[in-house]
Design a binder for this molecule. Structure first.
Ligand code: SAH
Length: 353
């Protein structure tokens, strides 16, 4: 099997072209065929010479991940189980908004995850490996293909409007590939997707957070899930390396464009982090940070040992935040029936329905 052409950067492809007596600028033309137009073969690239097409076909392949399973939830959410070249599995989720045209694609950045959050199904896999940049971008291409063929989506949600790095893995633990993928997604010759409609979610890897906002123009979300070091340390081992004071100080110092806010995700776990006292502490922690809080009802998975906070208690928690002047919303869980909701991605091959 020839090497996958998607693994090459534009510069690498330009160099390769020049050593084969072709002008380097054709690199962007070729990559545009692949990433923008979704070409599956070199023959399709009708504005390239026959010679070049043959040369490319002799040297490279355009490998795609295999869609092993496309599950559809009763609420319209679709989950893709993808098999990569080495047989690893990852998941992405396509989530149509109920009352708007917004269609969000949630993508993975790693196979498994090494962060060990106690309430997350992906953590039970451990970290298998980082995704390569093109494997991140491929998730977008496959979702677009499924939309175009009618295998996913619906007439009210024809195109992907938002991309969130909230699938499997810790994106800032795979920093270079994630930033490279954001570049390909944003490039004119790439997918052509504005970084302003991309959100990267992190457990709070402090040094990389600042770098990300310097290197890209994406939105940042931070998974907090506790405003007390002892509680957070038990739920999220990363807190031992970057405790709340360091995390909050970093957030205050981030180079945020004006009017931008950081989203803080907070998984509501019954009896662990959901009291009104917890809400008060959270309000104090976020003082002076341009923030919005996203409360996520806990999505159960087998043997998690956690239970979801009851709805009225989530509402009371939200109101306590609002009273402190903190903007807070509740994230409605989508795709729970197909194990596609937050924290449920474990790339398990479910028996065929
Ligand atoms: N590693 C990154 C990207 C994953 S985002 C991060 O943690 O931010 C996944 C989001 O789902 C995180 O905000 C996480 O806190 C949340 N989550 C994890 N497990 C969950 C569960 N079982 N129920 C609800 N939300 C969960």
């Amino acid at each position: 099997m020839n090497p996958n052409i998607k693994a090459l950067t534009p510069d690498e492809l330009s160099d390769w072209l020049r050593t084969h007596d072709e002008p380097g600028y054709r690199a962007k033309q070729i990559l545009q065929w692949i990433f923008h137009k979704g070409a599956a073969s070199f023959e399709e690239m009708s504005d390239l010479s026959k010679r070049l097409r043959a040369l490319l076909a002799d040297s490279f392949s355009i490998l795609r991940p295999e869609v092993v399973r496309l599950a559809r939830s009763a609420d319209g959410t679709s989950k893709f189980l993808l098999a990569l070249e080495d047989g690893s599995h990852i998941e992405s989720v396509l989530i149509p908004a109920e009352r708007s045209e917004r269609l969000t694609l949630c993508i993975s950045s790693q196979v498994g995850c090494g962060m060990g959050c106690a309430f997350c199904a992906t953590a039970t896999l451990g970290l298998k490996r980082n995704l390569r940049s093109f494997e991140i971008v491929d998730q977008v291409l496959e979702a677009r293909r499924a939309l175009a063929s009618g295998a996913a989506g619906d007439p009210q949600h024809p195109t992907i409007t938002n991309i969130v790095f909230m699938g499997m893995g810790e994106p800032l633990h795979n920093y270079d590939a994630v930033v490279q993928a954001i570049g390909v997604l944003g490039a004119e010759w790439g997918v052509g997707f504005s970084p302003r409609r991309i959100t990267v979610s992190t457990v709070g890897l402090v040094p990389q957070m600042k770098r990300l906002l310097e290197d890209t123009r994406v939105n940042l979300a931070v998974s907090l899930s506790a405003a007390d070091d002892e509680v957070r340390g038990r739920l999220m081992p990363v807190n031992r390396k970057y405790p709340l004071a360091a995390l909050a100080a970093a957030c205050r110092a981030l180079p945020l464009p004006r009017r931008k806010r950081i989203t803080f995700e907070y998984v509501m776990l019954r009896g662990r982090n959901d009291s009104l006292e917890d809400a008060r502490r959270l309000g104090i922690l976020l003082r002076g940070i341009p923030s919005k809080v996203n409360l996520i009802p806990f999505n159960p998975f087998p043997h998690s040992g956690f239970a979801p906070t009851a709805r009225p208690a989530i509402e009371a928690f939200r109101e306590a935040l609002l009273r402190q002047g903190i903007h807070a919303t509740v994230r409605e869980s989508r795709g729970r029936d197909i194990q596609a909701a937050c924290g449920q991605l474990a790339a398990a091959e479910l028996p065929a329905a």
